[in-house]
Design a protein. Structure first.
Length: 68
C-alpha cells in the first residue's frame, strides 16, 4: 500500500498545474465566510495555546485536539 501512495503522489506532481487542485481550510469549513479573520486577537490566543500544548505534550496530542 505504501508503494501505491508513493506512486499516486508522484503522478500528482506530473499533472499540469491547471489539472491540480488544492484544498484549504476554508474549503472544508462550512462556517468560514471569507479570508479575513473576524477576531485576530482570539485567533492568536488559540494558536499560542496550541503551540504550548504541542511543546508540552507532543504533535500527536495537538493533532488529537485539532481533530476532536
Amino acid at each position: 500500500m505504501l508503494t501505491l501512495q508513493r506512486t499516486a503522489a508522484r503522478s500528482w506532481h506530473t499533472l499540469p498545474v491547471e489539472e491540480r487542485f488544492h484544498v484549504t481550510v476554508n474549503d472544508q469549513d462550512p462556517y468560514s465566510q471569507g479570508p479575513l479573520d473576524s477576531d485576530p486577537d482570539e485567533t492568536a490566543e488559540w494558536q499560542e495555546s496550541l503551540h504550548q500544548l504541542v511543546s508540552a505534550k507532543g504533535q500527536g496530542r495537538g493533532r488529537e485536539i485539532m481533530l476532536s
